[in-house]
Design a protein around this ligand. Structure first.
Ligand code: ADP
Ligand code: MG
Length: 332
């Protein structure tokens, strides 16, 4: 059977998790400069980012404000009550031994993003979005037998935005990522620099026979270009279908995309939530925000691209295509 004939026998399911680096002046829990671009390694690090014993995190209000803006952009409102949890794992670039994140009570629950594939509107539902502190960075100099750890990025505020498994093709997935990217840049939430990792996506892909329950997913980690995202998904779909056609079962796994070979390869078998031993961070109070504060943030929002698009079509009589093009990226 040809490739495309084989593909026609399967339904593709895709869900995306995007890490959006928030454009704050300082880190999520410490008063240290957040812009590590031109800094020497390990110079933008405080006792809090090092996780020294007794160091206490203090939540950055600006990060909460930017996350709240994101909630409105996703057509919902921020949760009045959310809380922070510890996610435990060991890695040299995580000196605390845990990441501070939001597990079961995140700042955003629900919402959606509308994407346009040609002239057709599709809705991608948002499951949740949570605030979390980034880890540091490990580098492995080529030809060496050691690794270097730079903690400048440790504690950088991220908003992780998770979708429902609502996308059906690599084109839809890339369109979702582009739309979300444009939205967070438009609203001043994120600088959008994908090369530098300010906007990175993990893409979950599974395939199944039409009508069957969802297949087992594999997660492609850390895609930082829309083109690579599309290539990685297409490769992954083909690979999974071949495996199934050959009588194998798909194992849940985390994979990396190698742009040089155009292939994905296994990084690790997937861990489950219970492996992380989540529990509420005793160093941080729950995050409670008032209706007044939420109303103020909402009042300061610019017109959203979706609203502007509708206005261009309804009030100015532009075609859907022109209105989409004009509102596809930040204009001011
Ligand atoms: P985890 O936190 O372990 O990565 P989640 O259940 O939060 O797992 O799901 C992560 C992402 O995977 C979500 O975007 C979700 O929509 C997507 N997803 C879940 N199940 C599937 C599936 N069978 N196929 C494709 N994507 C899926
Ligand atoms: Mg995940």
């Amino acid at each position: 059977m040809t490739d495309s004939a084989m593909r026609a026998n399967y339904t593709v399911t895709i869900g995306i998790e995007c890490h959006v680096q928030l454009k704050t002046k300082t880190k999520l829990f410490s008063a240290v400069d957040n812009d590590a671009r031109s800094a020497e390694p390990n110079t933008l690090v405080s006792h809090i980012d090092f996780g020294l014993p007794g160091a206490l995190p203090v939540l950055n209000e600006k990060a909460v404000e930017l996350a709240s803006r994101a909630a409105f952009a996703l057509d919902t409102t921020p949760q009045k009550f959310s809380k922070f949890d510890r996610k435990h794992y060991f890695y040299p670039d995580l000196p605390m031994g845990y990441q501070i994140t939001q597990y079961d009570e995140p700042i955003i629950v629900g919402g959606h993003i509308d994407i346009f594939v040609g002239d057709e509107r599709r809705t991608v539902r948002i499951t949740r979005a949570h605030l979390e502190a980034d880890a540091g960075k490990s580098t492995h100099p080529s030809g060496s037998n050691y690794s270097l750890v730079d903690l400048n990025r440790a504690g950088t505020p991220l908003l992780e935005i998770v979708t429902e498994p609502d996308m059906r093709s690599s084109v839809e997935a890339a369109e979702y990522a582009k739309t979300l990217h444009a939205l967070v840049v438009w609203l001043g939430i994120c600088d959008g620099n994908m090369q530098e990792g300010s906007f990175r996506c993990d893409v979950n892909v599974s395939v199944r026979k039409p009508g069957a329950p969802l297949g087992t997913r594999r997660e492609i980690k850390n895609l930082n270009s829309f083109k690579f995202m599309q290539q990685a998904i297409d490769y992954e779909i083909r690979w999974q279908i071949e495996q199934i056609e050959d009588g194998h079962k798909i194992q849940q796994a985390t994979v990396l995309f190698d742009p040089d070979s155009g292939e994905t390869r296994m990084m690790r078998s997937k861990e489950d939530a219970h492996d992380y031993r989540y529990f509420p961070d005793p160093d941080l109070l729950p995050l409670v925000i008032s209706a007044d504060w939420i109303a103020r943030v909402k009042g300061e929002l610019p017109e959203l691209p979706g609203q502007m698009r509708e206005r261009f079509i309804n009030d100015l009589g532009l075609s859907a295509y022109d209105a989409t093009t004009l509102t596809a990226s930040e204009y001011f």
